[in-house]
Write a protein that binds this ligand. Sequence first.
Ligand code: PLP
Length: 452
Amino acid sequence: MRPNSMEARDVAYHLHGYTNPRAHEEQGPMVIDRGEGVYVFDTQGKRYIEGMAGLWSVAVGFNESRLIDAAQNQLRKLPYYHSFSHKSHGPAIDLAERLIDMAPVQMSKVHFTNSGSEANDTILKMIWFRSNALGKPEKKKVISRLRGYHGVTIASASMTGLPNNHRSFDLPIEGVLHTTCPHYWKEGRDGESEEAFATRCAEDLDAMIQAEGPDTIAAFIAEPVMGAGGVVVPPATYWQKIQAVLAKYDILLIADEVICAFGRTGKMFGSNTYDIKPDIMTMSKQLTSSYFPFSAFMINERVYEPIADEGNRIGILGHGYTGSAHPVGAAVALENLKIIEERDLVGNAAERGAQLQAGLGELAAHPLVGEARGVGLIAALEIIAPERQGDARAPGALGAHMNRIFHSNGLISRNMIDAVGFCPPLIITEAQVSDMLGIVEKSLETLTRELV
Ligand code: PLP
């Protein structure tokens, strides 16, 4: 690193999340300079297909002028206002109405937050508030899933079911439980069918509820398709069976749609894809294509009514953020949703998704690939080591290395232990999906040469 270079100054001043700090001091950052469509360019001018859409989020690509104009126009008109004490503004009202109209099930109200973590964190507070309103103060626990990802604030990190989000952070907090991850390839037993595995997942949930006491469980939170846990597509009957258990015990269902919402799975919501009927839905990322930090959750009448009664009894719903319903974020979200609709990006995700999944499916025959999985434009390859691989067999070593090869070949992916994930912008074209698949194939050959 040259003294005073961007890289050196990043190491000197910037503490990165999801990075090993000591390794970062040694190797420095990859500095991204600009974006164009599905591509980003580093400071050396090298072009990469952004195969993860940033962090599963840039639906419309990296230089959408309509979003820039929407932000600019709103900044000029009303750059900031809030939603406390009965205040509101046009973009928040329009967006709340739009989201309720789009919802896959009848929803009642939208509350705006600034990140996926914050939305999920807030939901837990709302659920506790509701349970108190219903005179059920013991009904406060929430069940999530091992390898589920719901964020990194204290409550949302607790709901996240990944060890790195708990270790040395003194998490999870009390009252947050984790049930079976619905990943058949990894968790299915010898001779167990996918259908029988789905039944077992539902039985595990039922047993956990029984063991804890059904009157103590307020909610179950899950992503329709797990993202950061390694892109886990549930077995076909999983959601139907899980929802039957929740209905039996009067437990609320929270669909964390932070990744899935707005087309990622080839339908508008993950809940449409799997016939999920949530009481609460969290959204972020593709809501603004992450051009502005923004998130929201929707609640149905069953959730709203007791909260409204309790707020009335106390005299206030004592919650809200300075940035809640930020007018610039809301304006960007409205324009972004318009683009998704006008350009039929959900249809494109279905079509280009089929191409991506078929291409990755062919690569599943490669000796280094354990499983190819995904739906729509979200996918992963599980990279497995051949016997002779020695030290590189440590979990994660191979995935991280595969990722470095993708980078050198001009594709940004993300490794989650040994799964490498793909989640490109929804605007991706047929030729660009082919390019991505070509790089993946070529990179697997590079890895094969290195290992064998
Ligand atoms: N929920 C899901 C499903 C996510 O994938 C993420 C982030 O990746 C979050 C919540 C947390 O969102 P944020 O990083 O905006 O806090």
